[in-house]
Design a protein around this ligand. Structure first.
Ligand code: HEC
Ligand code: HEC
Length: 292
């Protein structure tokens, strides 16, 4: 606020308060002239101009005195900050600081504890669960059981690895699954054969002529990521295709769709939004879900 505006608002406020005083005290009827009339006549009935009851009058005066006291102590007169130095942002900061100070010992207790230890602590798991409910449940489900395209975090099967380090890295840095589309390369028949072969790896389909025809393509194209035996590769986030746990589903059409168009599952990075202490607790919580 520029100085001119500040002065303008101060002058206006002072004028209003002074004006209120004048209106209240300067214009009041004095006790004694009790015969005075207002001059209003209704159906021949006249109105006396009696003074306000004293308690009422002084209540008004009190509100004005309060206003002056308030404006001296707190911000309100232009850019004058008030004697007490109170401000909204200051109060917010103070509340944040109090909360931090209050939770600091709780976080400090777990901060230097290895994730595996934290995962065994029921209180820590409880805190982790709350953080999970607020940040992760919309994609992974409130029980972390996952949904189509969003991996279950309870089943002990990991795209990117299930060690404390790998889980922590998934949460802080995010993950980008990258299966390129193979439609152009394989053609519809090739897709069909490769899908059949991929599904025999988990026993979801019995072996047959189509899977036999798909084996060569699998070994030359798919094995570079999913491994020669189809067991996956946590460095690439390539799923294990032999375990009958599916990110997108085991229906033939679903698998063909994935091979034809590719798959690009994305886990957002939380390193920038959540404090390191929160990620530590979350990692322990996620680890505890499958580690039993
Ligand atoms: C916007 C949706 C979304 C949110 C929110 C989300 N995730 Fe994910 N997460 C995913 C997807 C999708 C993947 C799988 C990425 C891929 O396909 O490789 C994933 C993968 C993961 C993985 C790796 C799983 C594995 O099998 O290796 C972990 C661990 C994980 N998420 C934990 C979390 C935690 C903890 C949170 C909360 C802080 C969270 N996620 C929030 C979508 C989400
Ligand atoms: C460049 C590495 C790469 C190649 C090559 C590749 N994939 Fe994948 N594949 C992935 C990744 C990564 C995912 C997980 C995608 C995601 O997280 O969204 C995946 C997912 C899949 C899935 C879904 C699994 C599930 O759990 O739902 C199937 C099925 C699959 N691939 C089969 C194949 C077949 C068949 C081929 C060969 C034609 C192939 N992939 C080639 C990396 C690859």
């Amino acid at each position: 606020m520029t100085n001119g505006w500040s002065m303008y608002i101060i002058a206006l406020t002072a004028l209003m308060i002074g004006g209120s005083f004048w209106l209240l005290l300067g214009n009041r009827t004095r006790p004694g002239d009790s015969e005075a009339k207002t001059g209003h006549v209704y159906d021949g009935i006249e109105e006396y101009d009696n003074p306000l009851p004293a308690w009422w009058l002084y209540l008004f005066v009190l509100t004005l005195v309060f206003a002056i006291g308030y404006l001296i102590a707190y911000p309100g007169l232009g850019s004058y900050p008030g004697l007490l130095g109170w401000s909204q942002t200051g109060q917010w900061q103070a509340e944040v600081d109090t909360a931090k100070a209050r939770y600091e010992p709780v976080f400090a207790k777990y901060r230097n504890m290895p994730v595996e230890e934290v995962a065994k602590d029921p209180d820590a798991r409880h805190m982790g669960q709350r953080i999970f409910a607020n940040n992760c449940a919309q994609c992974h489900g409130s029980d972390a059981g996952g949904a189509r395209g969003f991996p279950s975090l309870r089943d002990g099967d990991w795209l990117w690895g299930g060690s404390a380090e790998a889980i922590g890295a998934s949460i802080s840095g995010g993950r980008q699954g990258g299966m390129p589309p193979w439609g152009q390369v394989l053609g519809e028949e090739g897709i069909n054969n490769a899908a059949h072969y991929a599904l025999t790896l988990s026993g979801s389909l019995p072996a047959g002529p189509e899977s036999a025809a798909g084996k060569a393509a699998f070994q030359s194209i798919c094995a570079s990521c999913h491994g020669a035996e189809g067991k996956g590769n946590p460095l690439l986030g390539a799923p294990n295709l032999t375990d009958n746990i599916w990110l997108y589903g085991s229906e033939l059409e679903t698998v063909k769709h994935g091979i034809r168009n590719g798959r690009m599952g994305k886990m957002p990075a939380f390193g920038g939004q959540l404090e390191a202490d929160n990620i530590h607790l979350l990692t322990a919580y996620v680890l505890s879900l499958s580690d039993r």
